[in-house]
Design a binder for this molecule. Structure first.
Ligand SMILES: *Cc1c(COP(=O)(O)O)cnc(C)c1O
Length: 389
């Protein structure tokens, strides 16, 4: 059995080593606190569950759904964009339903990347941008996101040879894993760069509603000319605690939407229709859940930032996402630090290098675990004298 090159080319799973140590610790009876899971621990709001239950009883929803999603769902998405971002979208051809945004993110490369084509992908970043490129036979260029640039791309630093060969630039704000945010001017620079170089922009806005302290995230589509060059991926997963349900969308440029639809109609058959009705309820019904998640993650954010700062870190509370991106103490690699921390305290954090080479030197903490467990993790770090300096 000879595995295909495209699978062999996928880099080794970077958390394999730490997962092995975690399994050993659990086998030894250690109470491991996993701060690595970026998956909301709070339940999906009841109005959304009720909508699914009701729709699931109707046999018309048991059949193959329409490929691009019910027009009613696409209209609800367009209305939400108008209300939330003042962005106009035509639900007919500028919105496409996805089986979770990850599905669309992975598939978009098949629509544009020929073997040997390059993409520019956020590094550190959500691993799917890079792997999706590789699965399509393309070559990902790591777009360095550096702390000194507030984790925004420095377009001038990209070799012009690479820019010429690149077809897609993939970015994500509010950003997983660094929690960085981008303003409308940053998106404008991105659109200008894409226009100058004939690039397609893919922006991943999964965390646009997970924001704190009065900050509101902009949509990439608010930038002038954005719809001429790109699309925005979005999802109900993080906003409504629906990661397991698998529903998201992509919106923006109609040509890109139509090309991605060709890939999708030949691979999947759309989102379960009852779930689409639940999605409509999520977008049109009560938005109280957003207030709840903001309050809960902010409380946990403050607790973790305060705890780490008492141990010598100097972290500014992030304005968005449910992640804290912290530097490892001097003299350690991120993997050495994560291994030491797990070994000494049973606290598991993903090493930054797992999100790309430029994630080296940092680690990520997820706030999707109870306050008690976060406090316990910080207490164990203090007892083990794990200080930043
Ligand atoms: C969670 C996450 C997604 C995936 O969301 P789904 O809609 O559940 O597939 C996409 N992008 C980023 C950056 C994420 O963290």
């Amino acid at each position: 059995m000879e595995t295909a090159e495209r699978i062999k080319n996928i880099p080794p799973y970077l958390f394999a080593q730490i997962d092995k140590l975690k399994a050993e610790k659990i086998a030894q009876g250690v109470d491991v606190i996993n701060l690595g899971i970026g998956d909301p621990d709070l339940p999906t709001p009841k109005n959304i569950i009720d909508a699914l239950n009701k729709a699931s009883l109707d046999s018309k929803n048991h059949r193959y759904p329409t490929y691009s999603g019910l027009l009613e769902l696409r209209s609800a998405i367009a209305e939400w964009y108008k209300k939330r971002f003042k962005v106009e979208l035509n639900p007919e051809d500028e919105v496409l339903g996805l089986i979770g945004s990850k599905e669309g993110i992975a598939h978009i490369f098949l629509a544009y990347i020929n073997p040997g084509d390059w993409t520019l992908v956020s590094d550190p970043g959500y691993p799917v941008y890079k792997i999706g490129t590789l699965l399509a036979g393309g070559i990902p260029y790591s777009l360095p996101l550096k702390r000194e640039n507030n984790f925004l791309p420095d377009f001038k630093s990209i070799p012009s040879k690479i820019v010429k060969k690149a077809k897609i630039i993939f970015v994500n704000y509010p950003h997983n894993p660094t929690a960085a945010t981008a303003e409308i001017e940053d998106f404008q620079k991105l659109v200008d760069f894409a226009q100058e170089n004939g690039l397609i922009v893919c922006h991943d806005a999964a965390y646009s509603e997970v924001t704190f302290d009065g900050y509101t995230a902009d949509s990439f589509l608010q930038a002038k000319g954005a719809k001429d060059v790109g699309v925005e991926f979005h999802s109900l997963s993080k906003t409504y605690n629906m990661t397991g349900w698998r529903i998201g969308w992509v919106c923006g440029n109609s040509k890109i939407i139509s090309d991605l639809s060709v890939v999708k109609t030949n691979i999947d058959s759309g989102i379960f229709q009852a779930l689409q009705y639940a999605g409509i309820e999520a977008l049109r019904g009560s938005q109280d859940n957003i207030k709840i998640i903001r309050r809960v993650y902010k409380r946990r954010r403050d607790l973790v930032v305060k705890g780490l700062n008492e141990l010598g870190w100097e972290i500014t509370p992030p304005k968005a996402t449910f992640y804290i991106w912290a530097e490892v103490p001097e003299g350690w690699t991120s993997r050495e630090f994560a291994t030491y921390l797990l070994d000494k305290t049973g606290v598991l954090v993903p090493p930054g290098v797992g999100y790309g080479d430029y994630g080296e030197g940092s680690f990520r903490i997820s706030l999707t675990i109870s306050d008690e467990r976060l406090k316990e993790a910080l207490k164990r770090m203090k007892e083990a004298k794990i200080y930043k300096k």
